[in-house]
Design a protein around this ligand. Sequence first.
Ligand code: HEC
Length: 150
Amino acid sequence: MKKFAFLAAAAAVCAAIATPATAQFAKPEQAIKYRQAGMALIGSHFGRMAPVAKKEAPFDAAAIAKNVEVLSVLATLPWAGFAPGTEGGDTKAEAWSDAKGFKQAEDDFLAAMGKLKTAADSGDFDAFRVAFGNVGKSCKICHDAYRKDN
Ligand code: HEC
């Protein structure tokens, strides 16, 4: 009995590993909702730092570091929602026909996010301001190429 339970568990793990990422969404609409929710959270946690970067709000190093920590996790989320076969939402067809370019834009964004994390952790305002601007550019580059104008 014990042995059977172990084998069943092992089989379940193997099945989970063999399942493609797309299978985490039963329908394309769920993937679209997921990526939009992820982007909306990224927009909120990124955008709230803009007044600080523009010197319109005081720089609270600890608060910025904490927010960037949250943003770093959020930044990893939306991509699973752009799986093949989930065309739609506000994403241009180019995100799939030019999958390499889209992946590059994702990688450039994540690299810029890594630098923002280092800068925020350093507590240095100028380092934060520069890194924040570079992340913003990486958002825009991807949106210009792969997001529909509304
Ligand atoms: C690699 C590409 C890429 C990067 C990088 C990226 N986005 Fe997006 N974003 C998209 C696409 C594509 C959509 C449209 C998703 C859809 O509706 O299918 C989108 C949608 C959004 C939305 C609308 C979400 C909604 O409610 O529907 C917001 C807000 C947003 N992005 C903010 C950001 C911010 C802020 C950054 C940078 C910190 C960023 N994005 C980085 C591709 C990207």
